[in-house]
Design a protein around this ligand. Structure first.
Ligand SMILES: O=P(O)(O)OC[C@@]1(O)O[C@H](CO)[C@@H](O)[C@@H]1O
Length: 474
């Protein structure tokens, strides 16, 4: 952004934030008697009432930041609005009320909507908060409350006449694409040199696999909900050199086990790998690179991308994001390399080698141990896959139940029975729950990344996105 515009942008947002907080200060303080000045107890689900938890910091500080940016973007959206200014104002008003509800620890009310997802959510709210039990923002499991928040944002859009398909986060996702172009060009050049299969023997193929898995892993560092005022996602260094220098920050690395599973001869049924997706823009690019590798080298006949049915967690991929992304690469980028890779991936998409699905389950508040009872059809569908790759922090939280496990708890134990098929988690740590770390993991945590370095979370290394895990359960 140009200097003056940036200055105005900051002032407008700061004003928004102060107005919202001032309007709720008295009521916000009233929640203090429900708060506990500690971290979430071990083996308990993360909850905002623990003031040393990242959930508390998110509800009280990160969410106002996200709302103030999103409200300002909606107010200043340069597109010729196909909808009246009054509808924009209506959505802004709803978002301000939602933020006030959070900051004053109101109870989670039903969703005011008639869509299939709204109806599913209301059935879940009925089941969870039956007559004699209510839940408030800080006293409900953080995973539930945070998922609910993004459903309430969707409600504000759903209740308009002309904004049904408006994505409040689109401008941020589009901006993130532009900021990632140079890095995407560097990776695309690498990928296109690797498509001459004859040159790659088994040893080289394993190394190439390792590089693609790590590029996809570190693509997760940049999600717009973690730091909405995201600095540019362009790496200053070459992404291929970066993945080598970042190795020391991988706290659990099961890449060898994953590779051995991929190479087990299968029956003649088509080999399918599923990626449960996370963020659009740069992370989506890295996941498409990984999928291309699987198809090009015959490790899969089809890759299924599971995306979100509504705008979610600011930067999560929707089906529209996916197709727009491929078309922007092929038809709008000036880089010939990006045009080539976009064309290649559009061909794979049209040929049914790349398949996109968006089941409602991914935008419900359930952790994945509940899938077998709450969506058995999805569980059966996933069971037919050779490998499920779960990308990012929110998927990881849902895999392990968003429970504050001891880090030494095994990944298998933390999955609590969720096992449709072999599972991989590629996650940069952005939330204070983790498992499957071997004794001595602390030695890999750099000194200034430990306690008390991050005001609102006692474990900076768990929430910064700087450290990562590659975990596998066969
Ligand atoms: O799933 P992602 O994009 O890697 O991360 C999602 C996230 O930004 O949102 C939650 C906190 O609000 C955390 O799970 C994490 O920080």
């Amino acid at each position: 952004m140009r200097g003056s515009y940036l200055y105005a942008f900051i002032i407008i947002n700061l004003t928004c934030y102060i107005c919202i907080c001032l309007g709720t200060t008295n009521k916000t303080i009233s929640i203090s008697n429900q708060l506990l000045d500690q971290n979430t107890p071990i083996n308990e689900p993360l909850m905002g009432k623990y003031t040393k938890s990242f959930g508390y910091h998110t509800l009280l500080r990160r969410m106002p930041d996200i709302f103030s940016v999103v409200i300002n973007l909606l107010k200043t959206d340069p597109i010729e609005s196909p909808f009246a200014q009054t509808e924009r104002d209506q959505v802004v008003e709803k978002l301000k009320i939602l933020l006030t509800d959070i900051l004053t620890n109101e109870s989670l009310r039903k969703i005011d909507g008639t869509s299939k997802l709204s109806i599913m959510w209301n059935e879940i709210l009925d089941e969870k908060f039956n007559t004699n039990k209510t839940g408030t923002w800080f006293e409900t499991e953080w995973l539930f409350a945070e998922n609910y928040m993004y459903m309430r944002i969707q409600e504000a859009i759903e209740n308009t006449k002309n904004m049904q398909n408006y994505d409040l986060f689109k401008q941020l996702k589009d901006k993130a694409f532009g900021e990632s172009e140079n890095t995407m060009i560097a990776i695309a050049k690498f990928l296109l040199t690797r498509h001459n299969k004859d040159e790659v023997n088994t040893t080289k193929l394993k190394l190439y696999f390792e590089q693609m898995i790590k590029i996809s892993l570190w693509g997760n560092r940049f999600d717009l909900s973690l730091n909405i005022r995201n600095k540019s996602t362009n790496f200053s260094e070459d992404p291929l050199e970066a993945i080598v220098s970042l190795d020391k920050y991988i706290l659990a690395n099961d890449i060898d086990d994953i590779w051995n599973t991929l190479n087990v001869p299968h029956n003649n049924a088509p080999k399918r790998i599923d990626i449960i997706m996370d963020n659009s823009a740069y992370e989506l690019f890295t996941d498409l690179c990984l999928a291309d590798f699987f198809i090009t080298y015959g490790l899969a006949d089809v890759v299924v991308f599971h995306v979100k049915s509504i705008p979610w967690y600011v930067s999560d991929v929707t089906k529209l994001d996916y197709s727009n992304f491929l078309n922007r690469l092929e038809k709008e980028c000036t880089s010939k390399v990006l045009q080539t890779i976009g064309n290649r991936w559009n061909i794979l998409y049209k040929a049914g080698k790349f398949v996109v699905e968006c089941e409602e389950f991914w935008t419900l508040p359930y952790d994945y141990s509940k899938m077998v009872t709450k969506d058995i059809e999805l569980y059966k569908k996933l069971s037919k896959s050779q490998l499920l790759i779960f990308k990012g922090d929110l998927n990881y939280r849902k895999l392990i139940g968003d429970i504050n496990w001891l880090p030494s708890t095994t990944f298998k134990d933390a999955l609590r029975g969720f096992q449709p098929t072999s599972i991989v988690a590629l996650r940069t740590l952005k939330c204070d729950c983790v498992c499957g770390l071997s004794p001595g993991y602390e030695n890999n945590i750099e000194e200034n990344d430990n306690d008390n370095n991050y005001l609102y979370s006692s474990n900076y290394w768990q929430v910064s996105g700087k450290y990562a895990v590659v975990q596998f359960n066969k």
